[in-house]
Design a protein around this ligand. Structure first.
Ligand code: SAH
Length: 256
């Protein structure tokens, strides 16, 4: 039997929408988290809310690997856009992930995970390619995805997919000064969030494929906090649901 795929979301709205589609879901509660075990599009799936931050994400990933023996972990959530042109409503599919708040210099180079000799973790190419393909097609019709009202309200007329470096740290980046500092020190970073690189590190240690896709909810600037909650509820949750469904349906079709 195939190892289950883990779908990890940072936000409740995303998970509840997915769970509503898992007819045989069974809840297993460990360490304050609910792991939902079932099937989606004919494939064994474990869905879980990681909670926010690197430690919460790393613990969740470890449990998925140790207790549920998942064969891959896919993270879906939101992020703040950093690079120019990475705008609200776009989606970033990570090729690499780095912890922007990890700094054991001068003993180890800045960003390097001590004793691992690595600062950037590589996302699984096959899963990431498949996700990016699905995002590309799905974003062609933003009105079908989130409705005309949300498209107008959040300016989602022509959302785009970007692929590249995603950075994670235990900070909600919400000032122009801080996002500018990140752009200067990590010029190729596309977006910033709080979990991805931690999960990537755990998956690296276990040799299990990992991928992340993030809907841009803000520009990590002084306005980042403004519409966050509404954007998550009205836009990001619909993106994730549509994208995870399309990706799993595509995998199912390939297996058939
Ligand atoms: N609870 C707060 C904010 C949640 S923290 C609120 O509702 O207002 C933000 C979550 O979204 C984290 O899980 C993180 O991964 C992601 N995120 C979105 N924008 C971010 C940003 N600008 N900086 C860091 N993380 C961001």
């Amino acid at each position: 039997m195939a190892a289950p795929i883990a779908i990890v979301a940072a936000m409740h709205e995303e998970l509840s929408a997915l769970l509503a589609q898992m007819p045989d879901e069974q809840r297993v509660r460990i360490a304050g988290r609910d792991f939902w075990v079932g099937h989606l599009h004919g494939q064994p799936v474990v869905a879980v809310l990681s909670r926010i931050g690197k430690v919460a994400a790393a613990v969740t990933a470890t449990m998925l690997l140790e207790r549920f023996a998942v064969g891959a972990i896919v993270f879906t959530g939101v992020a703040g856009g950093l690079a120019p042109g990475v705008n609200v409503g776009d989606v970033v599919v990570a090729t690499q992930l780095l912890q922007h708040d990890l700094d054991a210099s001068p003993i180890f180079p800045k960003y390097e995970v001590p004793l691992l000799g690595l600062s950037r973790f590589t996302a699984d190419a096959a899963i990431s390619d498949a996700l990016a393909g699905v995002v590309e097609v799905t974003l062609r019709d933003p009105v079908a995805l989130v409705g005309q009202e949300a498209v107008d309200e959040f300016g989602l007329q022509s959302p785009k997919v970007h692929r590249g470096l995603l950075v994670s740290g235990d900070r909600f980046v919400s000032t122009a000064a801080e996002s500018e500092a990140l752009r200067l020190s990590l010029p190729d970073a596309l977006a910033v969030e709080m979990e991805g690189a931690a999960v990537a590190q755990v998956c690296h240690d276990y040799g299990v494929p990992f991928a992340a896709m993030r809907t841009i909810s803000d520009r990590a600037d002084d306005e980042a906090h403004g519409d966050f909650a509404r954007f998550v509820a009205e836009v990001a949750s619909r993106y994730s649901l549509a994208l995870v469904n399309a990706w799993l349906a595509g995998r199912d079709a390939k297996r058939a």
